[in-house]
Design a protein around this ligand. Structure first.
Ligand code: ADP
Ligand code: MG
Length: 309
């Protein structure tokens, strides 16, 4: 059993990256997904004290919508803060769900990540402090891909914007839109690692190949260090055979990259954002909050293991 069970034989080729990558030699895209993921070395940071002072930047990505990218960005962010870390979360999705889930309305926000990316406004100007610090989205972020596409260095706008705050946080978490467009590419270029939330369903697993193809091109052309740091199974319902099989497939294909924490399906995750709250504040002692604390522990343990490696 493997991805062959769920994936078509001919993998779709990735769309070419335009602009500064256009003249680069063509990226060879290996056909099997899993070996590529495992072949990417983890970035060595041990022994470099300056490196430790800088935030670790993690992008939450999956071009499929509704897989819990936003839910995971917020709740993992709040859980990392509970664990004593300085956390900034950034809303890169024009739909502004992350911004809304902290009780703000993207329709009335005046300065947002759009201004940061397109007009080079300092990111500190769009950071609000709620449960964690959050750099907000507004509806005009929908025009950011088009506005950015005309600019030189369009893939590096976010990376540049983060320089100002990288020494002020331990973790910077990037919530991306459900596409592999320029906003998500900006996240991959700025990130040290990518965490992929995956709904425990066959159809959700198929999109991972395309995601990894895009990431491979970013590695080749723009950010050699970025890698998939982990896969988080979300909306898990252990009572169904289908969900258990989806986990098995993930285990076979991704091995150690699969986090042990399974985020179970529960309505708590949908209820909390209505109150402008993380699930850790909405229902602090419930299992939904605990799941993200467990995930935070895995993320922290992983970072520690790499430092001591
Ligand atoms: P994405 O950002 O990938 O589009 P969201 O985080 O917005 O996904 O989640 C999509 C919907 O599913 C939201 O309504 C959210 O509240 C809900 N949701 C997220 N995680 C879970 C879960 N573990 N169980 C049930 N519903 C969830
Ligand atoms: Mg979202």
């Amino acid at each position: 059993m493997g991805l062959s069970r769920i994936l078509p034989r001919s993998q779709p080729l990735p769309e070419p990256l335009p602009a500064e990558s256009a003249d680069e030699p063509e990226v060879a895209v290996p056909s099997a997904l899993a070996p590529r993921l495992h072949a990417v070395p983890s970035s060595p940071v041990a022994g470099d004290p300056e490196e430790h002072a800088l935030a670790k930047v993690i992008a939450f990505a999956n071009q499929k919508g509704g897989v819990a990218k936003t839910t995971t960005t917020l709740n993992l962010g709040v859980a990392l803060k509970e664990a004593g870390k300085r956390v900034l979360i950034i809303d890169l999705d024009p739909q502004g769900n992350l911004t809304m889930s902290q009780g703000m309305n993207p329709d009335v926000i005046e300065r947002s990540m759009f201004d940061v990316l397109v007009h080079r406004v300092p990111i500190s100007d769009v950071i609000h402090t709620v449960e964690v610090d959050i750099a907000v989205a507004s509806i005009d972020l929908a025009g950011a891909e088009l506005a950015l596409s005309a600019l030189i260095g369009r893939e590096r706008a976010l990376e540049k914007a983060l320089i100002e705050v990288r020494d002020k946080y331990d973790y910077i978490l990037l919530d991306t839109p459900p596409s592999l467009g320029l906003l998500t590419i900006n996240a991959f270029v700025a990130a040290d690692g990518v965490i992929v939330p995956v709904q425990c369903e066959y159809l959700s697993l198929r999109g991972l190949v395309q995601l990894e193809n895009t990431l491979a091109m970013v590695r080749e052309n723009l950010n050699p260090a970025v890698r998939v740091q982990g896969i988080v199974p979300t909306m898990y319902d252990g009572r169904t055979l289908h969900a258990r099989e989806a986990i098995e497939i993930l285990q076979e294909n991704f091995g150690d990259l699969l986090f042990e924490t399974r985020i179970k399906k529960t309505v708590r995750y949908a209820e909390a954002p209505v109150k402008g709250s993380s699930v850790l504040r909405y229902d602090p002692t419930g299992p939904a909050a605990q799941a993200y604390r467990d995930l935070a522990k895995e993320v922290l343990d992983g970072a520690q293991a790499r430092e001591h490696a």
